[in-house]
Design a protein around this ligand. Structure first.
Ligand SMILES: *Cc1c(COP(=O)(O)O)cnc(C)c1O
Length: 468
């Protein structure tokens, strides 16, 4: 007996047919055809899988085409492109951490576009030292005998561990209060494991004494590590030895003391904004530690990188590690960091604030800088029966896992939509060609002006007006 039941798979449209229909309708985002074809193929294969598993039926052809158009738009929006950050989190790891200065980006563009002297000595005409000029700048900035740079601070720590904790002496002593997760998969114990170092935990979460460190020292000890609590704080019954005491203990036993500082402040944060003082690399080195490592794209305000500064012999040794080659920065990052370091060194001479967007953002005054912009925005938006816009005092954050206690007084544009739920408004704004990212507070949507660039105000107003 022939089987006359309709085969549900036969209702799944052919890839070619869908592509023709999509092209005929037009208005697709400007994605290269191979990406579109690949997406349609994957979606159709998934659809087939669902049907074979006895799942969802297949809708009408037009429905399938509309659905796929939506998927193509989602794919297009997922490419890296600029957004407006209205979250009030200055170093937002999900939004690319520190924005770069225009002069930095211009230098990157010139170096990237043409040939350059990355590893070429213009004096001798022979092969030259990669990053030599930058290393000098960084050493000066960190007030260190020597400095170098790697892919990021996690890489910097791996390099330090590889160099100072290996073979017979691979034990690293660290306080239980510092076995932290920095976020995005950076856990100190895991970094240790990756680098082949053996973690020796001492003390308790809240208290570690100098004696705890001393008792853990043995012939297999390679180094003492201090990890700065950059993204959390502990309060109450707490205690730890001063860095100077750890340094003295290290000296007594011929052991290097290293501090993973992370946050990377290069100038006094308390002079920028009404926030606490975050230790700088130079300050930590003054306390006597042998090496310090910091991130380039947190409070330093530069590109993603890890700066290692301190004893010249150790820095030279780290640069000879085979891993150094694998974790080194490319010409674009080296250029971006070079220009960032130059901005600091130039400001140092005049005693001014380095000309970097992150520092300007932290230093912006609510009354002098943010309020006039906010008032102009509210006036530009006008009033309507679809929304209500006003200004509200807020707290902005440093972010990026730095200074969790720092509360920066700020100002936000607060929008109360009358005919739309707030999460829906937030979603519409996220899906604009220039996405606008804010946060929901009860029945209001907020855009913190501190993290929005003044030159984005007009685009922001236009976007808001377009959405309602
Ligand atoms: C952020 C941070 C890191 C990781 O830095 P990346 O540059 O993101 O790799 C390491 N240690 C500390 C203490 C940090 O705050």
């Amino acid at each position: 007996m022939p089987d006359f039941r309709p085969n549900p798979l036969s209702r799944i449209p052919a890839v070619d047919k869908i592509l023709v229909a999509l092209a005929k309708e037009g208005g697709l985002p400007p994605l290269p055809q191979p990406l579109v074809t690949d997406l349609v193929r994957r979606e159709i294969a998934e659809m087939r899988g669902r049907v074979m598993a006895g799942g969802d039926g297949v809708g009408e052809f037009e429905e399938t085409v509309a659905y796929l158009r939506g998927r193509i738009e989602v794919l297009y929006r997922s490419r890296i492109h600029p957004v407006i950050n209205g979250t009030g989190v200055c170093i937002h790891t999900n939004l690319g951490r520190s924005p770069l200065a225009p002069a930095v980006v211009e230098a990157v563009s010139r170096v990237g576009r043409f040939y350059n002297n990355l590893e070429f000595d213009l004096e001798s005409g022979e092969r030259g030292k990669r990053g030599g000029f930058l290393e000098r700048c960084l050493a000066l900035l960190c007030e260190a005998p020597a400095a170098t740079i790697s892919n990021n601070c996690a890489a910097a720590l791996i390099l330090i561990l590889k160099h100072l904790a290996n073979g017979e002496r691979n034990e690293v002593i660290i306080s239980r209060g510092e076995l932290v997760e920095i976020g995005g998969g950076f856990r100190v114990p895991e970094i240790m494991a990756v680098s082949g170092a053996k973690l020796v935990e001492v003390g308790a979460t809240n208290k570690t004494s100098l004696e705890d460190y001393r008792r853990a020292i043995n012939p297999r000890t390679g180094m003492i590590l201090k990890v700065h609590r950059s993204n959390f704080y502990i309060e109450g019954f707490i205690g730890e030895p001063a860095t100077e005491e750890l340094v003295a203990l290290g000296e007594e036993h011929g052991l290097p003391v290293v501090e993973d500082l992370g946050s990377g402040a290069m100038v006094a944060t308390d002079r920028l904004a009404p926030i606490p003082h975050e230790p700088t690399a130079a300050e930590v080195l003054k306390r006597g530690v042998d090496l310090v490592c910091v991130s380039g794209d947190k409070l330093c305000g530069g590109p993603q990188a890890g700066i290692i500064a301190g004893r010249a012999d150790l820095v030279a040794g780290i640069k000879k590690e085979p891993f150094f080659r694998a974790l080194r920065c490319d010409k674009l990052i080296l250029t971006a960091m070079q220009e960032t370091a130059l901005a600091y060194l130039e400001a140092d001479v005049g005693g001014a604030r380095p000309d970097l967007p992150l520092l300007a953002m932290l230093a912006a005054s609510v009354e002098d800088d943010l309020r006039p912009r906010g008032e102009a925005l509210v006036a530009r938006l006008g009033s309507s029966d679809t929304f209500d816009a006003g200004l509200v005092a807020t707290i902005a954050r440093c972010g990026g896992g730095t200074m969790p206690k720092a509360e920066i007084p700020s100002l936000a544009l607060e929008i109360r939509p009358a005919k739309m739920k707030v999460p829906r408004l937030a979603g519409r704004l996220r899906r604009l060609p220039l996405p606008v990212i804010g946060y929901v507070d009860g029945d209001a949507f907020r855009l913190d002006l501190r993290t929005i660039f003044p030159e984005q105000d007009e685009a922001l107003a236009a976007a808001l007006l377009a959405v309602w």
